[in-house]
Design a protein around this ligand. Structure first.
Ligand SMILES: *Cc1c(COP(=O)(O)O)cnc(C)c1O
Length: 449
């Protein structure tokens, strides 16, 4: 029998923090493998830290979401939100599953082309598109989601000079009961601005209004908000039909479905409050299908779901590099990866799971990163098992936004791996190195020795 490890006994002062519905934050059950491969052997082989993404999970989640909508609605199209995770291998999994690309910059647009997305399957969103980018989009017959009147006027001028009609939609913001209201992007519905933009477009011979777009926010827990959005969007489409005899081809309800991470300070754990794809789909499709669509033919429904498709598939593997006591007696675990690689730790209570079976005793613990910065705290006040330097930990649900919003700061960004459906592990982005970091820098002659 293996000898039990000795752990130093600790005397604990009970300090109440912010309890949730199930009491104080607890440590987490171990995650000992990723898709059947032991965490210990992954770390042995690939070092630490690194991100690892499950292809299985990506495809499974996508299919679940697609099924939720396509079983309720005849014409469904997903467009992968590049900014949520634009690592090429991840994008290509979604494109293989049938998703178009939804991009918000020229850089993302070119990435979608690189990933072999046909031009007419790229949706170009965002508040800033340069003349070159607009020209390229018109030539490729991508759909341009217009954000404001200046862009609208630019587009008319460019299409005129290219002698090519631009395929456009407008982004519409509206009151769906969500607070704070997202009214920064697109044209407002309630004050009539959206309708003004539609009139403008309908009178132009250079623009083809193919769709209507809204993106009501992110991590939206209310299916009712989507029902209201779908109702308003359908109403606008019907008004366009009645006023101009013009049928728009699609309604794009954007992204925003919540993933299973728990928000900081939330009273309920995410698992108890996050709606299923079925619940979101039911709210949206039933509202659209209530309309009396001309010819009984409703428009396509496009979804730009980001975080809810990819968050669950991403893990960050890390190791404890040191442990120490803070001045008030709490323990601190210093991981070899910090918040600059975990942008979502600013709003999520990320779960840090031991990568192995721990003993039962716990201590009040802060989990921090290696940066020489006071804000580098991943979790505070957890009842956590007594880990030691070298022990592996797994942070699940980091697939969304971390690999795009990560910040090169003090350390290199770590490598990213993909576990495919045959449990084969592929490196999909190398760890950064000094050469890569310095490639863009230049030292003026007079500073060279
Ligand atoms: C960010 C974004 C998305 C994806 O949002 P999620 O909340 O990650 O689902 C979709 N559409 C637009 C326009 C966006 O800006």
């Amino acid at each position: 029998m293996e000898k039990k490890k000795f752990e130093v006994p600790v005397i604990q002062v009970v300090k109440p923090g912010m309890p949730g519905k199930t009491g104080m934050g607890q440590g987490y059950a171990p995650i000992k493998d990723i898709e059947g491969i032991p965490v210990s052997s992954l770390i042995e082989k690939y070092g630490s830290p690194f991100f690892i993404i499950s292809e299985n999970k990506l495809r499974e989640t996508y299919r679940k979401a697609y099924q939720a909508f396509s079983s309720r609605y005849p014409k469904v199209q997903f467009a992968w939100s590049y900014k949520t995770n634009y690592i090429n291998a991840v994008c290509r999994v979604f494109h293989q599953e049938g998703a178009w690309a939804e991009v918000v910059s020229g850089f993302e647009y070119d990435k979608a082309l690189f990933n072999e997305v046909p031009g007419n399957q790229i949706i170009f969103n965002g508040p800033m598109k340069s003349e070159n980018e607009l020209t390229k989009s018109i030539e490729n017959q991508s759909v341009i989601h217009i954000d404001h009147f200046d862009e609208l006027i630019d587009l008319i001028r460019l299409s005129d000079s290219l002698k090519k009609k631009a395929r456009v939609a407008i982004r519409i913001n509206m009151d769906t009961g969500i607070f704070p209201k997202w009214d920064r992007f697109g044209f407002n519905f309630e004050n009539g601005e959206a309708w003004k933009a539609i009139e403008f477009i309908m009178q132009s011979e250079f623009l083809d209004l193919v769709g209507l777009h809204t993106h009501i926010g992110t991590y939206i827990l209310s299916t009712e908000a989507y029902r209201i959005a779908a109702q308003k969007m359908s109403g606008i489409a019907m008004d366009i039909h009645n006023s101009y005899g013009h049928s728009i081809q699609y309604l794009d309800l954007g992204g925003g479905f919540a993933s299973a991470n728990t928000l900081k300070g939330a009273y309920h754990a995410a698992a108890d409050v996050v709606p299923s794809f079925d619940a979101y789909a039911d709210a949206i499709t039933s509202a659209i299908l209530q309309q009396n669509w001309p010819g009984g033919d409703p428009p396509y429904l496009i979804l730009e779901t980001g975080r809810a498709l990819v968050d669950e598939a991403g893990y960050l593997l890390s190791r404890v590099s040191a442990t120490k006591r803070l001045s008030d007696g709490r323990r601190a675990l210093i991981l070899d990866v910090g918040i600059n690689m975990l942008f979502t730790s600013f709003w999520y209570e990320l779960e840090v799971h031991p990568g192995f079976d721990t003993t039962q005793s716990t201590d009040e613990t802060d989990i921090v990163g290696p940066l020489c910065m006071n804000i580098d705290v991943i979790r505070k006040n957890l009842k956590y098992p007594l880990l030691e330097p070298g022990d592996p930990v797994v942070i699940p649900r980091v697939g969304a936004y971390n690999m795009t919003q990560w910040m090169q700061f003090i350390t290199f960004r770590p490598a990213i791996y993909l576990i495919d459906e045959n449990q084969e592990v592929h490196m999909i982005r190398k760890e950064e190195n000094l050469e890569y970091m310095q490639e863009l820098e230049q030292v003026p002659e007079h500073l060279k020795k």
